[in-house]
Design a protein around this ligand. Structure first.
Ligand code: UD1
Length: 446
């Protein structure tokens, strides 16, 4: 029930460390099911999605725990037929256990993950790939049973370079007989990191990061120690934080090469990104006010996971921008909320047409999904007055202590719990009573 209360208009300064990538931690945790031996993962962020994946693994009989900053996982036995339905419905990424369990045991029963707030999100490409490896897939009563007497390598062409399907197939194919070739594979850095991890466990994968991935099946996978790559979406979000507040900040633990499309668009808008001698990135957003045209695409194109944050920035650009979403069918939920803050955005089909405004106005808004929530926090940092971002649980799925990190940079952002609100109602003094009053007195700009 937490919410963020942000008093906008503060310049940011200083440095912030980017956490390990959520979108690589989850598939790598699933991949640990491929071995009986203990695996040690470094830099996995303790996010709510990571805790949910820990629960999935625990319910499958795996020993999984944080030992300081190291996540230790040992799946010496596997219990049950697959991950429990309550956890699969909570987190789509738990479907990534399908490829690992199929590879380890030749069978898995898993509930269908269903859609989410950003679209339908089918799994047809995962299933087509499993079938190409010799598995049968049978759907009944909301579950899917995937079975194979023996997985056999084959050529698999993906109609779309799905990240999840590429990951699931790499995991299953690592234990197949013979060689698998995935064509039109996803090329995201997360795919490369998963392949590096699987190779550290003893797999033989080449070509990850290109459209064609080759996997020679092996009989056994073993223990490994692996450090996950930095979260490129968290890094991109902090870059936009500097740009939207026209500030200068330094980011540690960033691989700029993973952010080529985002960096190119921020530079086009007027930002400067300079790699320092120590490897950190100096982001100067003082003059970041030019409008942009953005189209989301599979990597190395512009990432759909940065679309909402860039849109927040473009609400304040000097001129008109167009943002086209090509990956997910319903990923403009943040538009209505940004318009409530005074933005001028019109959606037609898969494109959003923006006319930059001089100021956003703080307002109570609701985050509907992870990146939409991040966009609203960014808008709140730049808005006049107070912004309340409700449903912070979506943001906590993918950003480790975003409020603390922003405060460390000088932002005025507080996490308010329901109980604190009740305390306020009872007349007790709270740190942010002034801020809360401001919210009550802020009229909707339109
Ligand atoms: C991953 C990321 C997510 C990111 C997305 C696209 C994780 C945990 N999540 O999600 O943050 O937004 O990549 O970069 O890494 N599709 C099908 N059939 C399938 C699979 C996918 O039609 O079997 C479609 C989807 O509906 C969507 C598109 O392909 O329109 C991309 O999906 P995909 O690349 O699979 O995304 P995820 O792996 O779910």
């Amino acid at each position: 029930m937490d919410k963020f209360v942000i008093l906008g208009g503060k310049k940011l300064q200083g440095r912030v460390k980017i956490s390990g990538a959520k979108n690589v931690s989850l598939p790598i945790m699933a991949a640990c099911l491929l071995t009986r031996e203990e695996v040690c993962l470094k830099d996995v962020p303790p996010l709510s999605d990571v805790h949910n994946m820990m629960k999935v693994l625990e319910r499958l009989g795996t020993r999984v725990y944080f030992d300081n900053n190291n996540l230790k996982i040992k799946a010496d036995v596997i219990r049950g037929e697959g991950p429990p339905v309550d956890l699969v419905s909570k987190m789509r990424a738990s479907f990534l256990t399908a490829g690992a369990l199929l590879g380890r045991r030749g069978r898995v029963k898993i509930s269908l993950p269903g859609g989410c707030s950003i679209g339908r999100r089918p799994i047809d490409l995962h299933l087509k790939g499993f079938r190409a490896l010799g598995a049968t897939t049978e759907e009944a009563c909301g579950y899917i049973c995937i079975r194979a007497k023996a997985l056999r390598g084959d050529r698999i062409y993906l109609d779309f370079p799905s990240v999840g399907a590429t990951e699931n197939l790499m995991m299953a194919a690592s234990r197949a007989l013979g060689t698998t070739v995935i064509e039109n594979a996803a090329e995201e850095p997360e795919i490369v990191d998963l392949a590096n991890f699987l190779n550290a466990m003893g797999a033989k994968i080449s070509g990850a990061g290109t459209k064609v991935i080759r996997i020679e099946g092996v009989e056994e996978l073993g223990s490994a120690v692996h450090t996950v790559i930095p979260d490129r979406i968290e890094a991109g979000t902090f870059m936009v934080a500097a740009a939207i507040t026209r500030s200068r900040i330094i980011l540690d633990n960033v691989i700029l090469d993973h952010l080529k499309a985002v960096a190119a668009k921020l530079k086009e808008a007027g930002a400067e990104l300079v790699e320092q001698n120590d490897g950190s990135i100096l982001v100067s957003g003082e003059n970041c006010s030019r409008p942009l045209d953005i189209k989301t695409l599979p990597y190395p194109g512009f990432p759909t996971d940065m679309q909402a944050q860039l849109m927040a920035l473009l609400t304040l650009a000097r001129g008109r921008s167009v943002v086209t979403e090509n990956i997910f069918e319903n990923r403009f939920m943040h538009v209505a909320e940004l318009n409530r803050m005074g933005a001028d955005i019109r959606v037609e089909g898969s494109s959003a047409f923006l006319t930059g405004v001089k100021k956003l106005q703080g307002f109570p808004v609701r985050s509907t999904d992870l990146r939409a929530g991040a966009a609203l926090v960014l808008a709140g940092l730049a808005a006049r007055g107070c912004t309340e971002v409700l449903e912070v649980k979506h943001i906590d799925r993918g950003y480790y202590h975003i409020d603390e990190k922003l405060r460390q940079l000088g932002a005025d952002i507080q996490r308010v719990k329901m109980e604190e609100e009740e305390d306020t109602a009872a007349g007790e003094a709270v740190e942010h009573s002034e801020t809360l009053n401001l919210i009550e007195n802020t009229a909707a700009p339109r």
